[in-house]
Design a protein around this ligand. Structure first.
Ligand SMILES: [Zn+2]
Length: 140
């Protein structure tokens, strides 16, 4: 952004070289324009510095997020190994249409209450599990 200051300085030099009378109407206009350009340069430099700070901050957030993702991904793998004997049935929540994965063994038990992890609505397994195609017909 320093080139902006160089350009403004160059214009100031030109104005001085032309012996612009600062109190004349033309001179006031010319000097006013140059001062305004200098203000713009200041504003842009400030914005550019803020932008750099922000970019740095986003980069550090991105690194942190990558670490979190790595941790989560590792957990997922461990969970999958632990649970590889369990068969899951995919059920769509009738309320928010989130896919809910339910241990297949639980479906055949009467007193199990499955709650959607997203909207916390009760998911009626027996009905939903076998009528997935007809979801739109089921009253909420
Ligand atoms: Zn839901």
């Amino acid at each position: 952004m320093n080139h902006l200051y160089e350009r403004v300085a160059y214009l100031k030099g030109l104005a001085e070289g032309l012996n612009v009378e600062e109190n004349s109407k033309d001179g006031k206009l010319l000097m006013g324009i140059i001062e305004t350009l200098e203000d713009f340069a200041d504003g842009l430099v400030e914005l550019s510095e803020d932008q750099d700070d922000l970019a740095e901050y986003v980069e550090s957030l991105d690194e942190d997020l990558a670490e979190v993702e790595e941790e989560l991904f590792e957990c997922d793998e461990e969970d999958l190994e632990d649970e590889e004997d369990i068969d899951f049935v995919e059920v769509e929540c009738p309320n928010c249409h989130e896919d809910v994965y339910v241990d297949e063994d639980l479906i055949y038990e009467d007193d199990v209450d499955i709650v959607c992890p997203r909207c916390h609505e009760h998911v009626d397994l027996v009905e939903e599990a076998y009528d997935i195609e007809d979801l739109d017909d089921i009253k909420e």
